[in-house]
Design a protein around this ligand. Structure first.
Ligand code: PEP
Ligand code: CO
Length: 458
């Protein structure tokens, strides 16, 4: 018999990737407290994002989802948040201006504090300690004390998310994102680089276009879209006790929303259709993402679509493929075909990061910029063959001048990786690499927009 969905029905399913909380009473206290705190986002906002993603699913917009692999409690400063936002706004402007496609901007931000791990423990200096599971659970310092899960971190994650979101709302609605500020988004350390100069040229063109419109008598001050942007939050819905505690019933529709972020996604390790994560996400009404790895079968991908989007609502489900630079051209076509044949509406997005990670000779996790571009090119060419819209990109980046990914315009080498390697989890693109990527992407997208069947939308 089909069981009724509730915010806690996930507890009746197989649940993977959860921390072992040493003190269950403090855990219960923490989630109880979370459930009485105000929501971070509102149901109406989640519905607006679903509509924006529906436009992207229909070939009329492009999703840019970007941010840290794992946000750090130590990095919640106004400068760090502003710089991450600057890079995302810059990328969005490059894509919008160069390809003429509206960009839906979603951060991996204000809640991306939990990480799935391949193994539950690791051995450091001969001692077996729990793996780092994100600052919502434990600290990244490799000692037993730091790695022991602490439920008070769930509350800290909530408060850090609230502070981050508050600043993002102020930045995006309070003038900082005004189109007349395009020059100000160029980070100082990027401005003199070839990427920074290329961006500056584009920003000058935008200035000229705005002046031209004003000279034609168009009242720019009354056009709200020129002065503020919609910027949405997202994270992996991993720690289900936290997500349940932040779920609220919408008084307008009676539907449940997970009010910890506008969009939630389920990771490659937790998307079993009979598991707790899919059960939880199937019942909340936010837009949902699902990572799709190289071993996913045609049957699985269709099952995932049906489980997460039983009413087949456009914009509800984004499939984020992360297949690998050398496999995407072979593995993606049958997956797209299966979804098309099933009649399910999805937004296809490419995560070119997670299947292209390897260890450098010095033992640092890294990714090569060229592999990232190759996977994106493969993603675009497969969608072109399949006559489907390559509707988005999902990447890990930071506004800091880090050296975590190889290559790019600065041609970062393995020897340079440890110069500024500060990520608490996966290697991120730095601001210059991110802008480089946006220009490459814009070239691909421009070609696609000119493609005859898609020019009229799907
Ligand atoms: C991530 O997005 O950081 C991640 C762990 O991805 P995946 O689930 O695709 O491995
Ligand atoms: Co990651």
């Amino acid at each position: 018999m089909q069981q009724v969905w509730t915010t806690s029905s996930w507890k009746n399913k197989q649940i993977t990737q959860q921390p072992v909380w040493p003190d269950i009473q403090s855990y219960e206290r923490a989630v109880k407290q979370l459930s009485s705190l105000p929501p971070l986002v509102f149901a109406g906002e989640a519905r607006q994002l679903t509509n924006a993603l529906a436009a992207a699913a229909g070939g009329k917009a492009f999703l840019l989802q970007a941010g840290d692999c794992s946000e750090s409690f130590a990095d919640i400063s106004a400068d760090a948040i502003r710089d991450k936002l600057k890079v995302i706004l810059q990328m969005a402007i490059v894509l919008t201006y160069a390809a003429g496609v509206p960009v839906v901007k979603v951060g991996r931000i204000a809640g991306q504090f939990a990480k799935p791990r391949t193994s539950a423990t690791e051995t450091v200096n001969g001692v077996e300690i729990p793996s780092f599971r994100g600052h919502m659970v434990n600290d990244d310092t490799p000692t037993l004390a730091a790695r022991t899960p602490d439920p008070n971190r769930l509350l800290t994650a909530y408060h850090h998310s609230a502070a981050t979101l508050n600043l993002l709302r102020a930045f995006t609605k309070g003038g900082f994102a005004d189109l007349s500020s395009v020059h100000n988004w160029n980070l100082q350390f990027v401005a003199s680089s070839p990427q920074g100069k290329r961006y500056e040229t584009l920003a000058n063109e935008i200035d000229r276009a705005l002046k031209f419109m004003a000279a034609c008598g168009i009242s720019l001050s009354s056009e709200a879209t020129l002065h503020q942007v919609d910027f949405w939050t997202s994270h992996e819905a991993l720690i289900l006790g936290y997500e349940e505690a932040l779920s609220r019933k919408d008084s307008l529709t009676g539907d449940f929303y997970d009010c910890s972020a506008h969009m939630l996604w389920v990771g490659e390790r937790t998307h079993q259709t009979d598991g707790g994560h899919i059960e939880f996400l199937s019942g909340i009404h936010n837009p949902i993402g699902c990572k799709i790895g190289p071993s996913t079968t045609q049957e699985e991908i269709v099952e995932i679509c049906k489980a997460l989007n039983p009413k087949n609502i456009p914009g509800r489900l984004t499939l984020i493929t992360r297949i690998g630079a050398n496999k995407v051209v072979k593995i993606l076509p049958p997956l797209i075909k299966a979804v098309k044949d099933s009649g399910q509406s999805v937004l296809w997005a490419c995560d070119p990061m997670h299947a292209n990670t390897f260890l450098s000779d010095q033992g640092l996790k890294t990714r090569h910029f060229d592999d990232i571009i190759t996977e994106i090119e493969g993603f675009f060419s497969v969608h072109e063959q399949q006559d489907t819209w390559p509707g988005g990109i999902h990447i890990e980046l930071t506004g800091d001048a880090v050296t975590e990914c190889l290559g790019g315009g600065q041609n970062i080498s393995e020897e340079q990786l440890d110069h500024s390697y500060t990520t608490t989890c996966d290697p991120r693109l730095n601001a210059q690499q991110a802008i480089d990527l946006a220009f490459e992407l814009a070239t691909l997208l421009k070609r696609f927009v000119a493609y005859p069947t898609l020019a009229e939308g799907q």
